[in-house]
Design a protein around this ligand. Structure first.
Ligand code: PNS
Length: 154
């Protein structure tokens, strides 16, 4: 049974995340979506809301479980969950530059491999930060988020 973790703050989850998570279920038997809490960050949605929005938005994917990553080390979480890999989406070289040191560190810490999936082109410009900004100015974010998120953000 292969198990991977897709970690993130998911503040909120958007269609680019869902695309990567759904593609991860074709590579692994089980995919755990791990919702992080970083005390240095200010979130638009609190921990409970981010988890609920992930669960509602991923309910059509039976291989996916949504769990709190909490504020601990990701490598330790993977070890506890029996996961051998992380899956991350890459929108650009900037993402790669940010992700590569973490991938190397996670492999060194707990022998966890990181699998990078190139983001589908239609989501290559989508980020939670940008969507929150567009929505705050009244822009239409419906094409980029699942219905549960649109109801909260739109
Ligand atoms: O959506 P984000 O904020 O880019 O997610 C970043 C995340 C959760 C993947 C990263 O912050 C993380 O791994 N946090 C857990 C703490 C940790 O393990 N840090 C060391 C990474 S090598």
């Amino acid at each position: 049974m292969s198990r991977a973790v897709c970690p993130g703050s998911f503040d909120p989850i958007h269609n680019g995340h869902i695309d990567v998570i759904s593609r991860a279920t074709r590579l692994f038997d089980e995919v755990i979506v791990a919702v992080s809490t970083n005390h240095a960050k200010t979130y638009r949605f609190d921990d409970e809301e981010r988890m609920t929005l992930c669960r509602e938005s991923l309910s059509q994917l039976p291989a996916v479980t949504v769990l709190p990553l909490g504020s601990g080390l990701l490598a330790e979480f993977c070890r506890e969950q029996g996961a051998t890999a992380l899956v991350k989406g890459l929108r650009s070289g900037l993402d790669f530059d940010y992700e590569l040191p973490m991938a190397t560190m996670n492999r060194q810490l707990a022998d966890i491999e990181t699998v990078f999936l190139p983001t589908t082109a239609e989501f290559s410009h989508v980020s939670s930060t940008l969507l929150k900004e567009v929505a705050s100015f009244g822009g239409d974010v419906e094409p980029f988020v699942p219905p549960a998120v649109f109801r909260r953000l739109g």
